[in-house]
Design a protein around this ligand. Structure first.
Ligand SMILES: [Zn+2]
Length: 138
């Protein structure tokens, strides 16, 4: 039964930080995106990873995680960070890449690329070669 607490307190106190939020787009997120653009969830913070022009980026403004299309690692093996690749990495933590070509040696190879996240919340990629089992109906 306070009655003094709400409503009438100096409205001026709120200044620019209106407590009612910003209803401009009604979503509460800073950057709008379509459901179709959601590739997966951020391995760092769990927010949506959204397909953008430059890559697949976490929609959490405070999170640095993103899979950039301009990617030296993938460039070096003759591959691109496509949506399919980003999707596999985010949802499985690994992606199988056939027909890679080493920029340095020119060798072609197939490999898996594993995604991990370093302390700086940046993606780290690691090549893993498939285990050669005996013959499995290849
Ligand atoms: Zn994130």
């Amino acid at each position: 039964m306070s009655g003094m607490d709400d409503g009438w307190k100096d409205a001026a106190d709120f200044g620019d930080e209106l407590p009612f939020g910003n209803f401009e787009d009604g979503s509460g997120t800073k950057q709008a995106y379509a459901n179709d653009d959601v590739v997966g969830n951020c391995p760092v913070c769990g927010a949506h990873i959204v397909a953008r022009e430059k890559g697949f980026l976490c929609n959490n403004m405070e999170c640095r995680f993103g899979l950039w299309k301009n990617n030296r690692f993938f460039e070096a093996i003759g591959k691109e960070m496509t949506r399919e690749v980003a999707d596999e990495l985010l949802n499985c933590g690994t992606v199988k890449l056939d027909g890679c070509k080493s920029k340095r040696t020119g060798n072609s190879f197939n490999c898996y690329v594993d995604l991990t996240v370093d302390e700086e919340q940046r993606p780290h990629f690691e090549i893993r070669f498939p285990q050669r089992k005996k013959k499995e109906g290849e």
